[in-house]
Design a binder for this molecule. Structure first.
Ligand code: GL7
Length: 838
């Protein structure tokens, strides 16, 4: 270990402008940054310049904590969680950092004193949309909770140049626009080129004998790519901890390939550079679908290899031996996207650091834990063996060897069970041969967890049954959670203020304390205030919808909301069938007593997922008809909000009355939007799927609108032979709804547009919409009646919030720490920077 340079005499006197939290200091720092970082003065400055000046002001305060944190971890050699994820859906940083630093109000005031508006400045930030949906957002919530709980952690992922596409709606259809989030610069990252590493791809391997006569393998790659880390500070809520999210950006190792360059092929050399940089260019926009593209596999090995090499560097820097790797780090695999970790860690330890197979395997298995996030068969990653071997020849050899040893063990435990061997093998040999990434993750890790109680049970009984029989002790369940800092404090200031006034403000980091609200659920004046807050939030969203969609929305109407990725299993089209039914009923009986409703949708469809895109088109087609029907004015409105992202989500949850969580039971692993809605006082209509089950247990069956088949009923119905046609023929309202779509009522008379969607429902209906339709519509009638009794509804809303304490990501992280990671908290003291030179 090289000694730290003695900077003592040169220690920078950190002056108050970088760390101070008084309004005066903040204002001075802000102007200083405007002049000396943005190089602007007020007359020339844009709103974006002001945003940048403020962001740097906040960043300085983060860096003070960050440096103290890094110093403490380095000195103490603290056990660290390495959270590996292909996605981190971070959302805008400015507001969230202000909340966690506890300076939101002071900064709002300071900015106002300068004649600026904090909300407007926050609008300037391009959000880092480096994820698709729940899986990526969960990773972001977990970083927040790890920092808040003072758990040493490093998030590792990819710095995609283009995050999830921006969604435009033209003629009722989704249009994708590239997300150039880095265009105006990113004040929340620090490039660390000095910690760049090389990643090999392609080529072939050679065996050789080393000087001590041992068999070794060397890998001669076709291509080498440089990974450059960019660090983002992750501040805990009112702690001094500031952890790191380290995202890797791909670069060519040299500006030119000199061999090609010397041969005169200048453009070819530059071409090579471009192709290297493609690696971190764009996020694959699929949610719960695996695409099996070579570039995607290259992205996975890229960030996994960079991250593992980085951990080995840190280990060495702290003077620890390789054998101490699993004491220093626990690696959590966020789904199978980083599962190649198992083979890459083996390779690094054996080929690059000279360990034996057994020593390397021991370290690998002790260090890795795997979270499964899906039961969808099309999301389970598998790579054609040929493609895998061409890109990662050495890893394929290692996987074959792991498989060989693994199947030996299975054979010993279950003799004469070749069927079981076939099912468990890391290689799928039923047709074209594939590497099964979930199997690799299961064999290579000490812990396997699902993300909600039901999901874990289904993993044990079905998807990972054979692994459960083999390693029951590895399995555990960790119900997801969400951060109350972003999804309550930041997004719903009115409700936050009322909670603080009623039960104090400690609930923000101990969400169980919301329980104390229960005492207020019957209090008429509390109920009145609670209702007024919801109305004010709905008024804000109504204004936004007026601007975005040009619609006049009645804030008194029931806001019935479904926002999430568009997917057949999530069944947005079941929601639409209910809307059409209600529309037909109102047309037939204009005096029908139902409360006015505003149906709100939002969500992106994967660009290649045609049926999902048709579902968006259907929502917009129904909206066009209903919103233009004078008879529906003041009764029904349908709104599709474009470009659902973290920022828009924060506007929507606080304004929702009803949360739609209507996936077919057994398909949604957990869901996390369900939690965000309930924490903002929305009541759920939902199936017994994912975390809905636990949410209902917590809030009480009487405060939850349950409908639909259960997971066992779904399996039974499918086993007995499901025929959607029977339901179509047997229910006149259902038939009328489907027929109206088919004849073009919602596509300007064009009967072709929605034919694929309806054909699929009538002939196959894999997600049992038709089977659940009647119960759903009946349940929606009960929702409508309940909403008309304001006292009753408000009471349900209060009790939902009061009983949602379990669903904080802090609780999830505590569970991981206790059962899986065994990482003690490391409190951080703010250090005097002059001392850090010693
Ligand atoms: C998901 C699940 O679909 C979702 O139910 C879960 O809440 C989330 C986080 O655990 O993970 N799995 C998955 O592949 N995506 C998800 O959102 C994309």
């Amino acid at each position: 270990m090289q000694p730290a340079a003695n900077l003592n005499h040169a220690a920078v006197q950190v002056e108050d402008d970088r760390t101070g939290l008084t309004p005066e200091t903040l204002k001075r720092a802000f102007l200083d940054n405007l002049f000396y970082i943005q190089g602007k003065f007020p007359r020339l400055a844009t709103q974006h310049d002001y945003y940048m000046a403020l962001a740097y002001t906040v960043r300085d305060r983060l860096l003070q904590r960050w440096i103290s944190t890094a110093a403490a971890y380095t000195e103490q050699g603290s056990r660290t969680v390495a959270y590996l994820s292909a996605e981190f859906l971070m959302g805008p940083q400015l507001g969230h950092n202000l909340v966690n630093l506890g300076i939101y109000d002071i900064v709002q005031q300071a900015v106002a004193d300068l004649g600026l508006n904090l909300d407007e400045l926050m609008e300037q930030e391009a959000e880092p949309g480096l994820g698709n949906g729940g899986l990526g957002r969960l990773a972001a919530c977990y970083l927040d909770s790890m920092a808040t709980l003072e758990v040493p952690s490093l998030g590792y992922g990819i710095r995609y140049e283009f995050g999830i596409f921006r969604q435009d709606i033209r003629n009722g259809q989704q249009v994708e626009v590239t997300d150039k989030w880095l265009r105006l610069g990113n004040p929340w990252e620090l490039p660390r080129p000095e910690w760049a590493v090389d990643v090999k791809l392609g080529g072939h391997t050679e065996a050789y004998t080393d000087r001590s006569g041992r068999y070794r393998v060397r890998w001669i790659p076709y291509q080498v790519i440089k990974g450059v880390p960019y660090d983002m500070p992750i501040a805990g809520y009112r702690t001094n901890t500031c952890n790191t999210l380290r995202l890797w950006s791909a670069q060519a190792p040299e500006a030119f390939d000199f061999e090609i360059f010397n041969s005169g092929d200048y453009l070819g050399a530059v071409q090579d550079k471009l192709s290297s940089e493609n690696l971190s260019k764009v996020l694959y926009p699929n949610d719960n679908i695996s695409q099996g593209k070579r570039l995607r596999l290259a992205q996975q090995i890229f960030f996994v290899s960079c991250s593992l090499q980085d951990m080995l560097r840190i280990l060495a820097r702290q003077g620890l031996a390789l054998s101490q790797f699993s004491q220093k780090f626990v690696i959590q695999l966020n789904d199978t996207h980083p599962a190649v970790t198992v083979a890459e860690l083996m390779r690094l330890l054996m080929d690059e650091h000279g360990l034996s197979w057994d020593a390397a395997w021991d370290i690998t298995q002790r260090s890795i834990a795997y979270t499964n996030h899906t039961l969808m068969p099309e999301a389970l990653e598998k790579w054609p063996v040929d493609m895998f071997g061409q890109l990662l020849p050495r890893h394929l050899e290692i996987i074959y060897e792991i498989n060989h040893r693994f199947l030996e063990q299975v054979r010993a435990r279950f003799p004469d069970d070749s069927d079981r061997l076939r099912r468990l093998s890391l290689i799928d040999e039923s047709g074209e041969r594939y590497v099964r990434m979930a199997h690799l993750a299961c064999v290579g890790s000490f812990s396997i967890n699902g993300v909600a109680a039901l999901h874990t049970e289904l993993l044990k009984q079905d998807v990972l049954k054979d692994f459960y029989e083999l390693y029951p002790e590895k399995f555990n369940s960790k119900t997801n959670g969400v951060t109350p800092r972003r999804f309550m404090v930041l997004s719903n200031p009115r409700q936050t203020e009322m909670l603080n006034r009623t039960i104090g403000d400690t609930w923000v980091s101990r969400l169980d304390e919301l329980k104390r609200l229960e005492a207020k659920a019957e209090d008429p004046s509390f109920q009145h205030d609670w209702h007024m807050i919801k109305q004010a939030n709905k008024g804000d969203l109504a204004n936004y919808m007026a601007k975005q969609n040009g619609l006049v929305i009645n804030p008194e109407s029931l806001f019935d909301v479904q926002v999430k990725r568009i997917h057949e299993y999530k069944r947005q089209h079941l929601n639409v069938l209910h809307i059409i039914t209600l529309y037909h009923r109102l047309k037939a009986s204009p005096n029908l007593e139902v409360p006015p409703r505003t149906f709100i949708f939002g969500g992106k469809a994967a660009p290649g997922y045609h049926v999902a895109k048709l579902m968006i088109r259907l929502v917009n087609g129904v909206a066009e008809v209903i919103n233009h029907d004078p008879a529906m004015r003041d009764r029904l409105k349908v709104v599709f909000l474009r470009n659902f992202n973290v920022r828009l989500a924060q506007r929507i949850y606080p304004a929702a009355d009803l949360s739609e969580q209507i996936s077919m039971a057994g398909k949604e692993a957990s869901g996390t939007g369900n939690m965000k809605f309930a924490l903002n006082g929305a009541v759920t209509i939902g199936t017994l799927d994912g975390a809905n089950v636990e949410i209902r247990d917590e809030v009480g069956a009487e405060n939850f609108f349950l409908f639909g088949l259960t997971a066992p009923e779904v399996y039974a119905l499918k086993a007995q032979g499901y025929n959607p046609w029977d339901y179509y023929q047997g229910d006149p309202e259902l038939k009328q709804a489907l027929d109206s779509i088919l004849v073009g009522t919602f596509s300007r008379g064009d009967g072709e547009v929605f034919k694929p969607l309806i054909d699929s429902l009538l002939n196959w209906d894999p997600y049992l919409l038709l089977a659940d339709y009647q119960d759903y519509v009946a349940c929606q009638e009960r929702v409508g009646q309940a909403f008309c009794d304001r006292t009753h509804w408000t009471r349900m809303s209060i009790l939902n919030v009061a009983r949602m304490g379990l669903f904080s990501s802090d609780r999830s992280i505590q569970d991981y720490c206790r059962d899986v990671w065994r990482t003690p908290a490391v409190p951080i003291e703010l250090t005097d920077h002059a001392q850090l030179g010693e």
